[in-house]
Ligand binder design. Sequence first.
Ligand SMILES: *Cc1c(COP(=O)(O)O)cnc(C)c1O
Length: 373
Amino acid sequence: MNEHKSLRDTKLYVDLGKFQSNIHSISKLIGDRTRIMAVLKANAYGHGLAELVKPAVLAGVSYVGVATLREAITVRECDESVPILILGYTPEHLFDAVVENNITQTIFDLDSAKKLDQISSMKNHKTKVHIKIDTGLHRLGFSDTNQSLEDIWVINKMKNLNIEGIFSHLALTDDESNEVQFLRFSNFVQALEEKGCNFKIKHLADSIATVDYPKYRLDMVRVGALIYGVRGFHKGNVEVELISSLKTKIAQIHKISKGEGVSYDYTWKAERPSIIGTIPIGYGDGIPRNLSNKGYASVDGWKCPFVGLINMDYAMIDLTYIPDIAKTYKDKEVIIYDDSDSSMDISDIAKITGTNKNDILCRITPRVERVYF
Ligand SMILES: *Cc1c(COP(=O)(O)O)cnc(C)c1O
């Protein structure tokens, strides 16, 4: 456990051993011809960016992927040499910092390439870039047109840029549309190679594609969800375990009579005399407010439903059936999620709240203490 003094009972526990063994499982799955990029954007999907960089590098990843310049600089502060790719857009007026911190930038238009080349030249640096191709997602990327072939050829000749890689991103709609994207990508890369471009790292697969479509792994896989043990694949398999659990304690209990309401608006009323526990976690900590009256927390293996509206700082749970709880509640651990059978896991929460698992993880706010072990 890390040393700093804990000031709160509401904690996200992060198992670094599981994190590293997830990476090892992925390595075993893909073999040693394919690199692993650990995608650590969005505060490492809520788990804490700075704390996960070293464990990822020690587990053997060859690249770190992030979304923003701030994230990239945080990674660089943790590791002087690991290659870092900003997977998308960086405003041109911030390119200085990209160059100074030896970060690899995604390029998806000619103008920004010119600008980055110019700044790199002023700083006497050769900046690594990866070219992004839009094969159907329509988020970022050069379209696969003749004009783009010309533009990328121009970039290829820029003195202070080094095109190290080329990539695209799947919409993951179905097998057929994935294959259409894969072929558009392959054909376009081939056309560039015939022109004389040379790409050391071609990459396409995110977590799901890495497991479900072996042929899309190419030279590198970009895995986010999978390294945290979030399972989204459905054809293939890989042994990964959820690395985090969210836990708290009980602040107070209330014995209430039949008919009494709980929390704002009294959206829940007791149908029998009840024992209600107040836990110091709310939507200000990132648990979705629409778990109100739907999900449950676990205490000693008992499922304790959230009753009434979840507040910013507190939620109330029904403890009525737990023997002796009025005497023992101060010692109880309350599990919001982990991967045991008696509690909700990330996919239960995602299902109940109508979103995906990554969304749930990213929402956990900074005031939840992270405990690494
Ligand atoms: C976020 C992201 C990934 C990782 O996605 P997962 O599904 O979490 O593995 C991969 N590639 C790009 C371009 C991304 O933005």
